[in-house]
Design a protein. Structure first.
Length: 244
């Protein structure tokens, strides 16, 4: 198992491990490292991935410099290796939204978490990440995303999930593959709030979408997010019709 490293925006690194046995055509598990005065890791990966992913981080910087660990929601690929990361990085603090701290981290984290309010900004020194609560988007009550303001990078978690081992970064179509994966797996908790939540993300005007499974996207991302929002609105509408 090998984790590749690609810089997808200035000093923002994608750590990607392709597992060929997952799903019909393999699946990437991606973490993101924001290199700043206080470096931040977004997603921990599963515990089984920790040796490969931590070696990849060590190719970029000394692991012990890691100051913050964040993730979107409580699932093995998002935060399974949290304990391993906190042990390897003694100065690191895990940070999450208020709900996630209340329902999980306050009880389970090896060290106390730092709760971030919706809209709160964490100044990393040279990079600034804003926490955005997105309950149930893509899934889980505690879900939230981070937007890095200096590079305009939105850390999307499972939004835009697609299969295979595509390039690290593309300015091409990620919507088609994401819609196909949604039809295949049904991983998003589609509610009347899904479209509105994604439109709120579009208003940030991100220039890079850091995607957890598949290629990251570079370019004008607001229209891409707006189209995704419409896709989920339509899906909800179709579900309502098919149930009536
Ligand atoms: Fe997930
Ligand atoms: Fe995921």
């Amino acid at each position: 198992m090998e984790t590749r490293v690609d810089e997808i925006a200035e000093r923002i690194y994608r750590l990607s491990t392709f597992l060929p046995a997952v799903g019909p055509s393999g699946f990437t598990f991606n973490q993101f490292l924001v290199d700043a005065e206080e470096p931040l890791l977004f997603h921990c990966g599963q515990r089984a991935l920790f040796p490969a992913v931590s070696q990849a981080v060590a190719r970029v910087m000394d692991l012990r410099r890691l100051r913050w660990i964040a993730f979107s929601h409580i699932e093995a690929d998002e935060c399974g290796a949290l304990g391993e990361w906190l042990a390897a990085a003694p100065s690191a603090t895990v940070t999450h939204g208020a709900i996630g701290c209340a329902i999980w981290l306050n009880d389970q984290a090896p060290r106390p978490p730092r709760a971030l309010a919706n809209g709160e900004v964490l100044d990393l020194g040279g990079r600034r990440v804003q926490r955005l609560d997105t309950p149930h988007v893509p899934h889980c009550w505690d879900a939230g995303l981070l937007h890095e303001e200096v590079t305009g990078t939105l850390f999307c978690s499972d939004l835009f999930t697609h299969v295979g081992d595509p390039p690290a970064l593309t300015d091409g179509d990620i919507l088609g593959p994401a819609m196909a994966a949604e039809a295949q797996f049904g991983y998003t908790a589609v509610t009347p709030a899904t479209g509105a939540t994604i439109r709120r993300l579009a208003k940030l005007g991100p220039r890079t979408l850091a995607v957890m499974h598949g290629s990251s996207f570079t370019g004008e991302a607001a229209p891409v997010l707006e189209t995704l929002a419409r896709f989920y609105d339509d899906l909800l509408q179709k579900g309502a019709v098919s149930r009536s």
